[in-house]
Ligand binder design. Structure first.
Ligand code: SF4
Length: 351
């Protein structure tokens, strides 16, 4: 797929835009002031595949904690600021690799200028974020409600304010929990700016609905070549956000690596506990950095055929299962041993 031609922006030691790989972000849900807990969560997220982490900075203590957090992590740190420009400046002084602000709630031009000057001095990017929940009254009136057009105008207005202040090291995000509005806003803005876009469906919901809304929304947007960095927002453990983001990118062919599990939906022919096995396999494969497909099929009637396209597969019979490798049946094993046989194959894959 051809990607929108955006500018390259450096965030810490990573780059987004300009056709570079789409980076995955998440946000900590610990108190940023609690350095130990925040670092622990960031390290777990990094291990899971998070490329860039954002922390809320609601207090001066949180802004000051950033410098200690930064020393103990290995991915770029973004400070999320609302309302208080002094917190934005303090976050920058304490080593934030990027800040996320909504200039609309920072206040007077002088205050925005002070934040821009601090970012400029250290050459760190500013993410200009607008959200459907805080769209300006004038734009709501102009467009007869909260609309994609209003969101785009709001974002571009704010970008212009910062550009007029002499700074264009920017990333834009326009977020809405309305998936189709969000998709339309991205389609509109991509033709009007070349600043990189941070894409996400905001307040998407719990694990179930949040994943579906994010997959649909990000799928529509990313498939059009729009987006340079993503966040899946879930009301849940941030680790789930990383798992989902990786899966979305891999499904769209935008990221390689990680085992893909395909499993059949089960039917009246299923003779093993396939649902249990598929879930165990899904958990098992997370520990392997292999770029292969593993099939978990319920029966020997269709299983081997359907598993042919996978690198490795198992198909259940009556209390037994067969192991399939590159489309060939290689052995028959008791149902109770299917998982361990599969694990053994993965442990020795490519050796
Ligand atoms: Fe049914 Fe077998 Fe197909 Fe699974 S692979 S859905 S058990 S026919």
């Amino acid at each position: 797929m051809s990607r929108a031609n955006t500018r390259v922006v450096k965030i810490g030691d990573r780059v987004i835009g300009g056709g570079n790989p789409i980076l995955i972000q998440s946000m900590t849900n610990t108190k940023t002031e609690d350095v130990e807990a925040t670092v622990k969560q960031i390290q777990a997220l990094t291990e899971a595949g998070c490329d860039i982490i954002r922390c809320a900075v609601p207090t001066m203590e949180a802004a000051k904690a950033l410098s200690e957090i930064k020393k103990q992590i290995s991915i770029p740190l973004v400070a999320d600021i609302h309302f208080d420009y002094r917190l934005a400046i303090a976050a920058i002084e304490n080593g934030a690799d990027k800040i996320r602000i909504n200039p609309g709630n920072i206040g007077s031009r002088d205050r925005i200028q002070a934040v821009v000057d601090a970012a400029k001095e250290r050459q760190i990017p500013i993410r200009v974020g607008v959200n459907s929940g805080s769209l300006e009254k004038e734009l709501v009136e102009k467009y007869n409600g909260v609309t994609a057009e209003g969101l785009v105008e709001s974002a571009l207005d704010k970008v212009r304010i910062i550009e007029e202040m002499g700074y264009d090291n920017l990333v834009i995000s326009i977020k809405s929990s309305d998936v189709m509005m969000c998709a339309k806003a991205h389609e509109l803005i991509t033709n009007q700016t070349d600043h990189p876009l941070h894409v996400g469906i905001t307040e998407a919901g719990t694990l179930y609905s949040g994943n579906i809304k994010s997959a649909v929304g990000l799928g529509i947007i990313l498939y059009q070549g729009i987006g340079d960095t993503i966040r899946v927002s879930l009301t849940g453990d941030p680790l789930e956000e990383i798992k989902s983001a990786k899966r979305i990118l891999k499904t769209l062919g935008l990221r390689k690596g990680g085992i893909e599990v395909v499993s059949c939906p089960t039917c009246g022919r299923t003779q093993i506990d396939l649902i249990g096995l598929a879930n165990q396999v899904e958990t098992l494969v997370q520990g392997y950095d292999l770029d292969i497909k593993v099939a978990v099929m319920g029966c020997v009637v269709n299983g081997p055929g359907e598993a042919k396209e996978a690198d490795l597969g198992v198909a259940g019979g009556k209390g037994v299962g067969i192991l399939i490798k590159k489309g060939e049946i290689v052995k028959k094993v008791p149902e109770s041993e299917l998982l361990s046989v599969l694990k053994d194959e993965l442990d020795h894959w490519g050796k």
